[in-house]
Design a binder for this molecule. Structure first.
Ligand code: B4P
Length: 194
């Protein structure tokens, strides 16, 4: 099993590149953002609570997202590996993920961290907001708050994995194919070492 974390600030291309990576490597895609949005679409109690938080550009509580990921891992016992997209976003989430994977006799193979300037993030998300129907993409103030949340709570997750020599920084600006090629190079290098 080879498990990947696709890491980066909101709008860095995690969701976009995940689609290409799961097709290339036959991985199970676990996006906490997508799971939360499907809960919202189904108007579940969890979704209704999460929507209020997401519309402020804040992070949903750790216990909620950890529970979602734990269930998703349990529900997929026979996969080549997981691609975690938008998770973990706090150190508590990273520690919980390590424990969950350890119980399955596996671990994170690599953390691919997409680097994109703040100006470009804002531009991309406002642009997506024109068509996505996502209420957290339409307001500049909320997008900026998501970036602040990233800086305060999420960027330190990279330090957590750096201690295990698992982080590779990838330039997240350029064409989708150029970025995808760089991501694949790093995955191929690490899987060949296994
Ligand atoms: P997410 O769903 O994870 O969304 P995101 O980080 O905003 O977007 P992503 O990074 O995947 O977007 P992409 O670049 O692909 O989170 C939404 C919210 O859910 C969070 O704010 C939080 O409230 C909550 N949440 C989720 N997970 C959580 C967790 N673990 N803990 C707590 N709360 C959690 O796409 C952006 C745009 O850029 C697209 O329009 C795309 O087409 C474009 N783009 C991508 N690559 C490009 C490129 N190379 N050039 C030009 N444009 C590009």
């Amino acid at each position: 099993m080879f498990n990947i974390i696709l890491f980066g600030p909101p709008g860095s291309g995690k969701g976009t590149q995940s689609e290409k990576l799961i097709a290339q490597y036959n991985l199970k895609h676990l996006s906490t953002g997508d799971i939360l949005r499907s809960e919202i679409a189904a108007s579940t109690p969890l979704g209704l609570e999460a929507k209020k938080i997401m519309d402020l550009g804040q992070l949903v509580p750790d216990e909620v997202v950890i529970g979602m990921i734990s269930s998703a891992i349990e529900a997929n016992p026979l996969v080549n590996g997981f691609l975690f997209d938008g998770f973990p976003r706090t150190t508590a989430q990273a520690e919980a993920l390590d424990k969950l994977l350890k119980l399955k006799g596996t671990e994170i193979g690599v953390v691919l961290a997409l680097e994109v300037s703040e100006e470009e993030l804002l531009k991309r998300l406002l642009n997506r907001g024109l068509t996505s129907g996502r209420s957290d993409d339409t307001n500049e103030f909320i997008i900026k708050n998501r970036i602040v949340e990233y800086k305060n709570k999420t960027s330190i997750v990279a330090d957590y994995y750096k201690a295990f020599d698992k982080v590779v920084n990838i330039k997240g600006e350029g064409s989708l194919d150029e970025i995808f090629t760089e991501l694949c190079k790093e995955i191929d290098k690490r899987t060949a070492e296994q």
